[in-house]
Design a protein around this ligand. Structure first.
Ligand code: PMP
Length: 361
């Protein structure tokens, strides 16, 4: 049998129709495309971390429950004992696990534009994804539209990123509560960017039977470890744990994350610097003629460029050595928009100079 026949008969239609998640090659470029923390650790902390890794038993499987790490996550995030924690290989894996547990044909809903993996993984798993457009003027939730979509599609899961990616804003808390009350299914509050926003639904978990909070250490400064976590009722987590692979958090991640979270002062300093630079960058972006930068509670800024110029400005900024993210290919409200992650001051300056240069072309 020719291999193309094998492939077309072997795999599900959903898989054949997908494109894989594209990660741009950043070799030699200033990397401001992926909401990473640009800072590394002071030398003495690196040494202590290497010491902590010395005793990792690489010949053994890691603790499948990662008990020590969960304990550290619980205490550093003020998670009450009544809630259970499930860890994932990034919060991407948690989204995948949640969706894998749903019945065939179930619906998944999120505001749009939102984090792309909600749709990507729903599509791949044969679920029905519904993206409800945000308000075009300020990217806040369109509450009537959300409530109408919930009534119509009865989604099994609603994802709400708080703050939102790629728009960077924080949705109104009362609107989120109205959505939670209207939802018959589960509402996942995705708090990937809370280190930069200082808000959380973790303290409100007790008020709702259908809410779980998802977090990640990626944006804090540990993207390379691949660690996300879901917080919610033990009964819900018990079901999800059934499909989690037993050793999904490797020993190096367990030990490194535990070490890093126990030394979180370094992240607090870095986060403060990023937030201060965000404010500065926002002002500088808005001062450029033709640019509209949207208020951000995250570590990145979405901005609009003059009509039909996003592709050429993106390419020109890249040609000048700075990689940002072109959002225009995603369509909808993101046409003419680019997104930049807040980097180190000198990186931000290089980006702003490159952007200014590109606008003047
Ligand atoms: N949620 C949101 C809103 C994100 O923007 C991202 C990453 N960009 C994730 C989840 C996934 O994070 P990770 O898999 O690195 O934990």
């Amino acid at each position: 049998m020719p291999q193309d026949t094998l492939i077309s008969t072997l795999f599900r239609q959903e898989v054949l129709a997908m494109s894989s998640y594209h990660v741009a090659d950043a070799t030699g470029l200033i990397k401001l495309d992926a909401m990473e923390n640009p800072y590394s650790w002071p030398e003495d902390l690196k040494q202590q971390w290497l010491e902590a890794l010395r005793d990792c038993a690489l010949n053994r499987y890691p603790d499948p429950e990662a008990k020590q790490l969960k304990h550290t996550i619980r205490s550093t995030n003020a998670i009450a004992d009544e809630w259970e924690i499930m860890l994932g290989n990034g919060s991407d894996e948690i989204i995948q696990l949640l969706l894998m547990a749903l019945p065939t044909g179930a619906s998944v809903l999120s505001p749009a534009p939102g984090f792309v993996m909600y749709k990507q993984l729903s599509d791949c798993l044969g679920l029905k994804y519904i993206g409800v457009p945000l308000r075009a003027d300020n990217f806040d939730l369109d509450l009537p539209a959300m409530l109408a979509a919930i009534a119509q599609h009865q989604p099994s899961v609603i994802f709400i990123a708080y703050p939102n990616n790629p728009t960077g804003n924080l949705f109104s808390e009362t609107a989120i509560k109205d959505i939670i009350s209207a939802a018959k299914g589960l509402v996942i509050i995705d708090e990937a960017y809370t280190p930069f926003a200082d808000v959380s639904f973790i303290g409100q978990l007790g008020q709702y039977a259908n809410v779980m909070v998802m977090r990640t250490v990626s944006k804090l400064g540990l993207a390379g470890l691949r660690l996300g976590y879901l917080v919610g009722s033990p009964a819900l987590i018990e079901q999800l744990n059934k499909i989690r692979l037993p050793y999904n958090i490797n020993i190096l991640t367990q030990v490194s994350a535990e070490f890093a979270l126990s030394n979180s002062a370094v992240f607090e300093q870095q986060t403060q610097a990023i937030c201060a630079d965000r404010t500065m960058m926002m002002t500088q972006l808005n001062a450029l003629e033709g640019i509209i930068a949207y208020p951000s509670n995250a570590n990145f800024i979405l901005f609009r460029v003059p009509k039909d110029r996003a592709n050429d400005i993106f390419a020109s900024v890249k040609q000048q050595g700075v990689l940002i993210k072109n959002m225009t290919p995603q369509g909808g409200l993101l046409v003419d928009c680019l997104r930049v992650t807040v980097g180190k001051p000198e990186e931000n300056a290089r980006f702003l100079a490159a952007l200014k240069n590109s606008l003047d072309k």
